[in-house]
Design a protein around this ligand. Structure first.
Ligand code: P6P
Length: 342
């Protein structure tokens, strides 16, 4: 047996051993997320067969009402984490309010972790067989364990995250996560049903290769962002000697993952309409903050255009934000253009 084959369970356990005070709850929560990812991956692989199999592109969950894939994935995450006693509070992009998780077994304490997730980001891309992903964040509760979970538990800055990660359902299924210091990638070996360590200690490579944005919105960007876009693609006097190539999938996890492994910057700026406040699309809690933690742990950086995304204290669950994320120098350059040109 090749000694280098490391499952995600073995990897998590090795990290747990570095923390004598660890109780195993955090490790088990990561296992639960990995298992949820495997279940979702299986259904995504079948999604294209929905019509052929007469399921009209929807899925039954244990014989209950048929539902769309993102609702199915949301259900999987909720069911996988509702009875373990590891999670006390959950928030999902699919639901308006937070969920206070009280274990059915009255002898079990309510969980000390907060799980915040986007069950399938970019689900509209599934019909075109484009990679999509699940994004998750784990925080420690702020309110006393045993008391009902509150918004205070969820509205924490990304810097206070215990862990963040994503599962990308692409040509292969990968789970990438960080507990804040290093980033590791695991590829699902379907014949084993195991996530195997395939990308240890990921660092964003230099120089960056790609600029990722929907340039169709350039007319909606601020002057600083428009100049930044020109800078990346060789149209400003100070542009990089080798302009960045353009790659944009339109699925955040896919664009982020490619830039994480090959170097690049993803930017979804706010839109500026005359006389209107800037409008942002991406979610701070469910998308920007977790990917920002991963980027920072891989040597990169994430910003809303003016400050570190990890320092932004959310004021509401579905708060939206502009996002610039990738190689640190490229994101700092965006901040510089915005500071100078607005
Ligand atoms: P646009 C998918 O709908 C999503 O939330 C992200 O995954 C993606 O980066 C972005 O929106 C794409 O938005 O406006 O370019 O279609």
């Amino acid at each position: 047996m090749d000694p280098k084959i490391v499952t995600i369970e073995q990897h998590i356990l090795e990290r747990e051993r570095l923390h004598p005070e660890a109780t195993g709850t955090f490790s088990n929560l990561l296992y639960d997320i990995a298992l949820a990812g495997k279940i979702i991956a299986r259904e995504i692989r079948r999604a294209g067969l929905g019509n052929i199999l007469g399921e009209m592109g929807v899925i039954n969950v244990q014989g209950e009402k048929q539902m769309k894939l993102d609702v199915f994935a949301n259900e999987v995450f909720i069911r996988m984490n509702s009875y373990t006693g590891r999670v006390g509070v959950m928030a999902t992009e699919e639901m308006e309010t937070l969920m206070n998780i009280v274990p059915e077994n009255p002898t079990m304490a309510q969980g000390k972790y907060v799980l915040i997730f986007d069950p399938i980001d970019g689900s509209s891309n599934i019909a075109s067989n484009v990679s999509v992903g699940t994004i998750f964040s784990i925080y420690r509760r702020k309110t006393p364990i045993g008391s009902p979970g509150t918004l205070e538990d969820c509205l924490q800055p990304g810097r206070d995250m215990a862990a963040a990660g994503y599962i990308i359902y692409g040509s292969s299924t990968m789970m990438v996560y960080t507990a804040g210091r290093t980033v590791h990638g695991f590829t699902l070996e379907p014949s084993l049903g195991e996530f195997l360590l395939s990308h240890p200690n990921i660092r964003i490579p230099e120089p960056p290769r790609y600029g990722s944005t929907n340039a169709a919105y350039a007319r909606c960007w601020s002057p600083g962002v428009q100049r930044y876009h020109r800078y990346l693609h060789g149209m400003e006097t100070e542009s990089p000697a080798v302009p960045l190539s353009s790659r944009y999938v339109g699925s955040l996890v896919a664009d982020f993952h490619r830039n994480l492994l090959q170097g690049g910057v993803f930017y979804y700026p706010a839109h500026h309409a005359p006389g209107q406040p800037p409008q942002a699309k991406l979610r701070l809690l469910y998308e920007a903050a977790p990917l920002g933690l991963i980027a920072a742990a891989a040597g990169g950086y994430a910003s809303d255009g003016t400050r570190d995304i990890l320092d932004v204290v959310p004021t509401e669950l579905h708060q939206r934000t502009a996002l610039f994320v990738g190689n640190r120098a490229m994101v700092e350059k965006a901040e510089a253009y915005i500071a100078r040109y607005g």
